[in-house]
Write a protein that binds this ligand. Sequence first.
Ligand code: FCB
Length: 440
Amino acid sequence: MGFKRADFPEDFIFGVATSSYQIEGHQFGGAGLTHWDSFAATPGNIKGAENGATACDHYHKWPEDLDLIQAMGADAYRFSTSWARVLPEGTGQPNPQGLDFYDRLVDGLLDRGIKPFATLYHWELPAPLADLGGWRNRDIAKWFADFASILMRRIGDRVHATATINEPWCVSWLSHFLGHHAPGLRDIRATARSMLHVLLAHGAAVQAMRAEGIDNIGLVANMEYAQPVSQNPADIAAAERYDAIYNLWFLDAALLQSYPKAALDGLEPHLPAGWADDFPMIAAPVDWIGLNYYTKKIIAAADGPFPALAEIDGPPPKTTMGWEIYPEGLAYFLRNIHSRYGDRPIYVTENGMSHDDQVIDGRVSDQVRIEYLEKHVAQLRQVMAEGVDVKGYFIWSLLDNYEWALGYDKRFGLVHMDFETLVRTPKVSYFALQKALKRQ
Ligand code: FCB
């Protein structure tokens, strides 16, 4: 690794991240069905119609996984809590096994000296709430706040930090406009409503958690660097629209109580009247910002209605996701968050790459992942030297896992997963990090 712990402030946090549906094994422990189960059961949505029923069986193998985190020398673990595991119907009666599971997990982390970073929602909406319109239904703010309270009453006394919703752009735009993720809609009105409701739910959950005495709360947004394909004004404007929808909409609302004009121009006709009245709830104060960063997109103007843009295939190097590797984008966003939203603690809550990793003679040689991480960490150190308050860096992911609509063959883990035997094999990148994170 081209960095070591001593290069960072004493309290800097190195962590690994996962999410519930992607690793736990949703069939275990009395969890209710989610909209990912129904999405996966619908032909054509997911490669091989794969789902999260078994995934990495983290539900049973969590002690082994926490041992791996500890042995790597990570300071923190960012996991998510499945709403449908805690509340199988989405509201109402909690599932005791679900609450017990997260309770054990948090204790297991503390026993091993690892800081628990919880994310309340990482995409597996309880199916009964999807039946009621899911993120299109304004009532979701209350349903989500109730879930946050119930969960925090159980684990809130021991979590180090809590994020509300992972990647509001994916919850709304990717899932209601592009149709790539559950519920697979392609509808601008549904998109606009979900873009509002995901923010309202965030704000309502922040308030509910504060009422339970919880602090150190954040919002995790994903960002993609938007580069216009040419200097033609139409292409520049298209890239600005992409940037506004993707990178600015959510944090502008939550931190500045405004929406970026380039996005609002297209979305306002589809928002309810009085949408601006929701800002005070949306902007419930947070303690930190989480940034998930992977790649950049090249954007061109296109014919047709808003957002009237097209993504153009970019040059190598790319990962097996087809995502261009562009470490400079990480520094760009960290600087931009700092200048746009003021001096607030920032965590890089996800960064990492997929690769066709194979176990050969017991070894998984993923040198390209080491280089990816080195280049991104170098960008991080650069902006920290400029005075941006970055408090931690989480690698996606601890384990190879269920990569949503792309199923099980996109491998992001520091630890290889054999999905037949569930054998875990740490990759060369894991050992490189272990060495880099060792305290002298
Ligand atoms: C992020 C998601 C995470 C995983 C990575 C590759 O957008 O938060 O669940 O899919 O991408």
